[in-house]
Ligand binder design. Structure first.
Ligand SMILES: [Zn+2]
Length: 278
């Protein structure tokens, strides 16, 4: 992963507030009623006062032990998105994977998910009769939209687009990006265009949806990241920063899993993606 430059003033204020190591989150009792904070970057950060995501109607956690804390803004975005899909498409259940650990910081099998702004989210599927099928694990999808190893399941573009639309038009939270494999991205954008979605929303989706250049393809789940809340820009770093920026002596512990998620995407790349969908 490439290091990204962040303005010196932002970095300086970040160090002043957090210390260079983005150490442990303070207990809630010490924090009083202060709002939850996303401190540092998604790849080198922590979370203070995060909210726990709980399973509910229309929303299920992939496994109970999953890291399930995030900024309240992220948690509420996931809840609202699942609810909007369920209103339009009854019986829909959204499967959620990892968010951040309580307090954030490093997390197994991910290079990000450290600052309470990231979540992994499963796709919606239908069977050959078009009936919604609830999944219990993330399922990879091929370029034809069929689940790998379970051919009777198809990526349900209608419900998946409803979710994407809900996220991108959320009245309270700004989504920074949504990682997803290129063929699925194209499928979603084509569907939106055919449905007559407004041009601004179509462009917004073209910018927000992207396949990472390296790491996971994201052909079995979305990775949604929300933007830094406006009032947290002195401590919250929007883009990933290199692990090499860690102070001496603090080495990442060994991670589980063969593959890890990586972040990528530049402004130029976004413009290229936009050009392709036009
Ligand atoms: Zn992820």
């Amino acid at each position: 992963m490439k290091a990204r430059l962040i303005p010196f003033t932002a970095l300086a204020s970040l160090l002043l507030v957090t210390g260079p190591a983005f150490g442990k989150a303070r207990p809630a009792a010490e924090r009083g009623n202060r709002p939850a904070l996303s401190i540092g970057s998604p790849t080198n950060g922590r979370l203070e006062g995060g909210r726990e995501l709980l399973g509910r109607e229309g929303l299920k956690l992939k496994r109970p032990t999953a890291a399930r804390w995030g900024l309240p803004q992220l948690v509420s975005l996931l809840e609202r998105g699942a609810r909007r899909v369920r209103i339009r498409h009854p019986r829909s259940v959204l499967l959620i994977g990892d968010l951040s650990r309580r307090g954030g910081g490093e997390i197994a099998a991910h290079s990000s998910h450290e600052s309470g702004r990231d979540a992994d989210v499963g796709f919606y599927f239908v069977d050959p009769r078009g009936t919604p099928v609830e999944i219990t694990r993330f399922r990879a999808v091929d370029s034809q939209g069929r689940a790998v190893g379970e051919r009777r399941l198809t990526f349900d573009v209608a419900r998946n687009w409803t979710l994407i639309q809900a996220w991108l038009t959320d009245p309270q939270v700004r989504v920074q990006h949504i990682f997803v494999a290129a063929p699925l991205r194209q499928r979603l954008l084509r569907y939106a265009r055919e449905r007559g979605v407004s041009l601004p929303l179509l462009h917004r989706a073209a910018l927000a949806l992207k396949q990472p250049r390296d790491g996971l393809l994201h052909d079995d789940h979305y990775h949604v990241r929300i933007a830094c809340p406006p009032r947290q820009r002195s401590v919250c770093v929007a883009e990933p920063i290199a692990k090499a920026g860690r102070p001496k002596g603090k080495t990442p512990r060994k991670r589980e899993g063969k593959r890890r998620e990586f972040d990528s995407g530049t402004e130029a790349q976004k413009k290229g993606l936009l050009a392709r969908v036009r």
